[in-house]
Write a protein that binds this ligand. Sequence first.
Ligand SMILES: Nc1ncnc2c1ncn2[C@@H]1O[C@H](COP(=O)(O)OP(=O)(O)OP(=O)(O)O)[C@@H](O)[C@H]1O
Length: 240
Amino acid sequence: MTAPGLLIDGSARIGDVPVLAPIRFNVPAGRWTCLLGPSGVGKSTLLRLIAGVADEATLTGQITATDGAPLAGRVAMMAQDPLLMPWLSVTDNVMLGSRLRGDRAEPDRAAKVLASVGLSEHAAKRPTTLSGGQRQRAALARTLMEDRPIVLLDEPFSALDARTRLMMQEMTADRLQGCTVMMVTHDPAEAARLGDRIAILSATGIEDHPAPSTSVPRHVDDAETLQIQGRLLARLREAP
Ligand SMILES: Nc1ncnc2c1ncn2[C@@H]1O[C@H](COP(=O)(O)OP(=O)(O)OP(=O)(O)O)[C@@H](O)[C@H]1O
C-alpha cells in the first residue's frame, strides 16, 4: 500500500472550548513529520482527529488523504497512554487489532515484532508486571503490528531510558520506511533526529521549523542535527 500524505485544514473544539487553533498543514507522504509544542495546545487531539477516534472533539474543517481515498483502515495510532488490556498477555495485546477485527491471528509475526522491541522474554506476561518503559514498548509493538501506511505516534519513546530510546528510534525508523509518520514529541533532540519535517503547534497556529537535510534517523552527534536541536530548543523557549 503506497502511503498518502495528509491535508489538514481546520480547528477543533470540545464543547465550547477551542482545543486546536485553526491550522492549514500538509503532512508529506512517506516521510516523518515531528510535531512539538507546549502542553495543552492540541497535539494529541490532532492525532486523534486524524485517526478518527476523537469522539469528544468537533472538527471544523477537514482532514483528508492526498490520494483522495478515505483514511479509515489506513491509520495506526500509538496513544500517549499504552492502553494495554490488563487481562491479556503482552503477545495477545500486540495481536489485539487483528482480534478485534476478526482477522487471523499471526503469532509468528507478533513474536518478531516483540523481538524488535526487546520484549521476547516478556511475551507471556501480563502488562501489569511490566515496567513503564516495557509497557510503552509493548504499545509500540502493537502499533507496528498493524502494518498501516499512515502511523501516528504520540510521545512513543518518552518513558524509555536513553540507550533504549535511541535503539527504538532507529528500529522504528527502519520498520516504517515509506510510511507517512506523524510523531508528537516534547524532545527537540528526537525531532531533530527523526523529522523530515518539523513543526511547532501553539495556541495561535502551526509553524514550520527547518529540519536537517540528511535522511532519518540521524546520528545523535551529527553537527547539523545538533544545531537544529539547539535552534528548536531556543524557539520552544520563546513559544507562547
Ligand atoms: N476529554 C476531554 N475533555 C475536555 N477537554 C479535553 C479532553 N481532552 C483534552 N482536553 C483539553 O484539550 C486541550 C488539548 O489537549 P491535548 O491532549 O490535545 O493537548 P497536547 O498538546 O497533546 O498536550 P500534552 O503535550 O500535555 O500532551 C487541553 O486544553 C485539554 O485540557
